[in-house]
Design a protein around this ligand. Sequence first.
Ligand SMILES: Cc1cc2nc3c(=O)[nH]c(=O)nc-3n(C[C@H](O)[C@H](O)[C@H](O)COP(=O)(O)O)c2cc1C
Length: 227
Amino acid sequence: MEIEPSILYFGTPVVLLSTENQDGSFNLAPISSAWALGQTVVIGLGREGQTAYNLGSRPDLVINLPAPAQWPAVERLAPLTGRNPVPSGKPEGCRFEPDKFAAAGLTGEPSRLVRPPRVAGCPIQLEALAERVRPDVSGEFVIVEAVVRKVHADSRIVVPGTDHIDPAAWSPLIYNFRHYFGLGPELGRSYRTQTPRNVEGSAPADTGRTHGNEATGATSRPCRVPH
Ligand SMILES: Cc1cc2nc3c(=O)[nH]c(=O)nc-3n(C[C@H](O)[C@H](O)[C@H](O)COP(=O)(O)O)c2cc1C
């Protein structure tokens, strides 16, 4: 079929961007147009939003990755903007909120290298600097290239004794055509993976929710971070 969908959000991880407002307070916004290229994360932002405004002047940010169970907090942020007055292009029902951490029921914790706080409870937090901010081809968005300077990970999703995120222990929160999903069972592994297999001590003894894949022998389980 040939169709004309109004959106093309085909399923990308949700990140929560913390940035610094002009008055020194901090903004927090859910974003799904984000992907990594080496140590750079490329981010697409609405031109009129507070986040784009902040990164145009103050390059510090934290790219926080929530776990699937945190989707209600993400959705509480959805109708909020840190921009006052609310830009005319924002959807109906969007309102100004100066303290989005409190509004979402989230807590900040200090970053090591940048001014905006990390979101406590997000299993992966990337401190970064927006090194390039430029308009996209439509003029409606800006494209941000953020270079990651410090990676924080919950110890429960790190392969013990290594710098590897355990893909069986971590699941991103996926924004799939405006609906929230976690990951399903693992299907297989890339020939390029460097993550050790059958990691000692990584079995989900507490949940027993291991999913097997008969074809590949692969196993996967939901993120064990309890939120
Ligand atoms: C799950 C989710 C994903 C979103 N993805 C994006 C995105 O990739 N880019 C964007 O500009 N806005 C995105 N939004 C909308 C912004 O979060 C929204 O416009 C918000 O008001 C921005 O806040 P700010 O104006 O304080 O920056 C998303 C919203 C949700 C709930």
